[in-house]
Design a protein around this ligand. Sequence first.
Ligand SMILES: C[S@@+](CC[C@H](N)C(=O)[O-])C[C@H]1O[C@@H](n2cnc3c(N)ncnc32)[C@H](O)[C@@H]1O
Length: 277
Amino acid sequence: MLPILRWAGGKSFVTNNIDQLLKSTGHNGVDEFFAGAGAISFHLEKEGSILNDINPHLINLYKQIQSGAIKSISDCINIENTKENFLKNRERFNFLIKNNDYLNEEAAALFYYINRTCFNGLCRFNKKGLYNVGWGQLKKPIIKNSFDGERELFEKFIFTNLSYNSASMKNKHVKIIDPPYFDVFVGYTSKGFTLQDQVATSELNLNESPALAFNSSHPKMLELYAENGWSVFTIKAPRRISCNGDRKKAIEMLAVKMFSDKEILHAFKNKEVVKIY
Ligand SMILES: C[S@@+](CC[C@H](N)C(=O)[O-])C[C@H]1O[C@@H](n2cnc3c(N)ncnc32)[C@H](O)[C@@H]1O
């Protein structure tokens, strides 16, 4: 299944590579510390996958779908794609945030609508935690009205809303580590993601599970992961969207634990994979 959200840094471009890697190495699932739009888990559809993300609105949307609370988006909110309606929905969404009343069906529907109709699918919050991206002026945004297929899939998943360093991932699935990239501002949360967070992420306790970590190919990240015992590669990625809409061609980092070079070079060969450390 495909993600339901537009998400900066989404990993749709490597889902087939990861599928192939898991099949050829006999691993039966993934857990994601930084799930975002969940491209990898949605593609693999494995029972018992843990999808964690610090964004409460994202996890609220998934949980509202999982529990069946959202039957129809248009029953909850007005889904018209006009600037006026976008701003009205954004205002209502921020009102719910300000009043600490955002873990419900209405807030989930608003978050979904805003994601589908905003500028570049960006999920950006100001220091007060209020959503501040403008209307995307899309001619025909895809706005699903019901999520029956997703509900069935989400019954297989466990969603958690924690910071990466508190997320509990005790099973032996392959761990997917896809944090906000170093040196690329996207602003998924008002707290940001510091160099200290990057260091802590590279040192996460993986309970002896195999793991795949993604990041920008900044030399600092390549060195950091190498210093912490990862095998480090670069792969070719599609043009990436940054916060101001600039699209740059990207070479990204792929760091791995408990996979051989041969397995990675084979599974990612169409991504021009190169071993660095
Ligand atoms: C690069 S995106 C992940 C994209 C995802 N793999 C996909 O395919 O859509 C990074 C994610 O990290 C999340 N995030 C940021 N800080 C976090 C933290 N401290 N703990 C957990 N998740 C965090 C963001 O909300 C964002 O969804």
